[in-house]
Design a protein around this ligand. Structure first.
Ligand SMILES: [Zn+2]
Ligand SMILES: [Zn+2]
Length: 226
């Protein structure tokens, strides 16, 4: 995927890990060949991952809720409600806020069952928002692969945001700062591009920013809604 976008691991300086779940951390195994990459994580996340790794990672440990720097980036970490050791979201910004270096920021908010007030503030205060639209309620209910208990976990207060939950949140906050919203972390089985499109249709026109879906597979990484 990096190669497809003209990048390579040699050009990656750091990875910011939100939590230890396999869909976010599986690639750490392959980093043995790339020891220059620093991995930022909180300590509970590091501990749960390092014990299953054969090589030592260049960990950079942060305390959840604190702000830290990496090169010209300022990174705020904040707790998110999800069933992992100590899951976080990130608000990443750079620039001094003057004419020559305008302040630009990105909020990364995936893997959360609901959105408490402190997270809404990070979402409001971002130029680029990456937020999950994980599942469609109808598709998850009719899914035959997952047992009832797993569906309850996904739909629970420490699971994931549905398309409707993500849409309603965005419609309610409607921040004038937003330039681009990326709808991410779509479930392959319990969501579809059509379902996301239908859920966001009521607000696509009203929101004065670009909206794209990060495709969970296929040849096109981003599908533009507006
Ligand atoms: Zn997760
Ligand atoms: Zn995940």
């Amino acid at each position: 995927m990096l190669a497809d976008s003209g990048e390579s691991l040699a050009n990656i300086n750091a990875i910011f890990l939100t939590h230890e779940h396999g869909d976010h951390s599986a690639a750490l195994k392959g980093l043995a060949k790339h020891p220059h990459i620093q991995v930022f994580a909180n300590d509970p996340t590091r501990r749960s991952l390092q014990r299953s790794l054969k090589h030592q990672i260049t960990w950079q440990i942060f305390e959840t809720g604190t702000t830290f720097n990496f090169r010209d980036l300022e990174i705020r970490s904040f707790a998110v409600p999800h069933d992992a050791q100590e899951p976080v979201g990130f608000h990443i910004s750079h620039g001094h806020g003057d004419l020559f270096s305008p302040r630009q920021s990105l909020a990364w908010v995936t893997d959360l069952g609901h959105v408490p007030a402190h997270i809404r503030e990070h979402i409001r205060d971002a130029d680029i928002l990456v937020i999950e639209a994980n599942y469609c309620l109808d598709l998850i209910d009719s899914d035959s692969k997952r047992p009832w208990s797993v569906k309850q976990r996904i739909k629970g207060r420490h699971g994931h945001l549905s398309n409707t939950a993500a849409h309603d949140l965005i419609a309610e906050i409607a921040s004038p700062r937003w330039q681009h919203i990326y709808l991410a972390h779509l479930s392959r089985d319990c969501n579809s591009l059509d379902a996301v499109q239908a859920a966001f249709a009521p607000s696509v026109e009203a929101l004065d920013c670009h909206i794209s879906i990060v495709s969970p597979g296929g040849d096109t990484p981003f599908i533009k809604l507006s």
